[in-house]
Design a protein around this ligand. Structure first.
Ligand code: SF4
Length: 349
């Protein structure tokens, strides 16, 4: 697939803005309205390692905010001492290469995000990878234990070793597919449909020490009351992912899944931030509903067509939708390729 090409580099011309990363675009003209970015005409191109394969993680962001090519970092630290142990840095740099077949995760992401991550060189801050690395290690431990117990774990539903099912349990006629997640409490609130329904006196008997808008000194401290409202629950990503695995298992391996669920470990469980959102447990077992096979197939074939179309044309103009970009939160804080995307630039102005 020929998507190598000349790219135009842009740098942030607003030093007071605090965003000093170099950015580039493929010259599609998306970024012209953004006056604070100026063209410096430095070709970048893509990193084409092997025929048909691209690996575009290019830089680590050091603690002093400077960018360093990650391979240079791995061979020698440019600072006085390493910011992270070397094995951690290797794990942080271990991105999957593009093989031409989109993974389920790439298709669940917005097409803009997946397209840019496949085609544009980007930087990551190793510190930001902590939860991703932690989640991978938790997966590995759980899968190893399941194998020791003689259970079916880490089963790939496709020849390329992707689309891996975490756990399958058989109990009589019941075949349960479980997927492990490590999610923050913010995500848990959405997935479980937790809403605040009012206030009540703190069950610990705490009282206000000072008077204020919140109440009179000595009166019972009021705390939020939360409820799980099924209509508010939104686990569409997990539903699509697990239903895709369910269909693949039936079609490719001959296993008929009758029940699906997510086992979620709450990253910030038992901290004040989680309990203030109504997330009181550290782990949750979340049932995942069955979707019509047709709905799942239509979704993934549309997203696959979009991604291939973007790669063929060498550009994509539709930013991720609000579900895909978490109502802008992903663009603001969690997207590695925001600087190539019109929505990312707007969100981070
Ligand atoms: S900045 Fe937002 S819309 Fe753009 S690719 Fe990233 S997540 Fe998607």
């Amino acid at each position: 697939m020929a998507i190598l090409g000349h790219t135009t580099n842009l740098v942030n011309a607003n030093p007071g803005h605090g965003k000093s990363w170099t950015a580039s675009t493929n010259g599609a003209g998306w970024l012209k309205p953004y006056a604070k970015w100026v063209v410096v005409n430095r070709p970048v191109g893509l990193i084409h390692q092997k025929i048909g394969r691209y690996k575009v993680l290019e830089w680590f962001k050091c603690p002093d905010k400077q960018l360093v090519r990650y391979q240079e970092c791995l061979s020698k630290c440019r600072m006085g001492g390493r910011c992270e142990p070397l094995p951690y840095l290797h794990l942080a740099a271990s991105e999957r290469e593009w093989t031409g077949i989109p993974s389920t995760t790439q298709l669940l992401n917005g097409t803009m995000l997946s397209f840019l991550k496949i085609t544009q060189p980007y930087a990551i801050d190793p510190d930001d990878m902590a939860f991703s690395i932690h989640g991978t290690l938790v997966h590995t431990q759980l899968e190893n234990k399941a194998k020791e117990l003689g259970m079916v774990a880490e089963l790939s539903t496709t020849f390329d070793g992707r689309n891996v099912v975490d756990l399958i349990e058989v109990d009589g006629e019941e075949v349960t597919l479980t997927d492990y997640k490590t999610w923050g409490s913010f995500r848990m609130v959405k997935v479980l449909g937790i809403v605040s329904v009012g206030k009540m006196p703190d069950p610990t008997g705490a009282v206000y020490k000072k008077s204020g808008a919140w109440g009179v000194a000595g009166s019972p401290k009021m705390v939020s009351v939360f409820q799980q409202v099924p209509q508010e629950a939104d686990s569409y990503e997990a539903e699509l992912q697990l239903n895709r695995y369910r269909i693949m298992l039936r079609q490719e391996v001959g296993i008929n899944v009758t029940r699906m669920r997510v086992h979620a470990i709450v990253r910030d469980g038992s901290l004040a931030v989680a309990t203030s959102r109504g997330v009181y447990r550290n782990t949750y077992l979340i049932p995942i509903r069955m979707l019509e096979d047709e709905v799942v197939a239509d979704y993934f074939s549309r997203k696959e067509m979009e991604l291939h179309d973007a790669l063929k044309r060498g550009g994509w103009t539709v930013p991720c939708n609000s579900q895909e970009c978490w109502d802008g939160r992903r663009c603001q804080d969690y997207c590695e390729v925001w600087n190539y995307c019109p929505k990312g630039l707007l969100e981070r102005r």
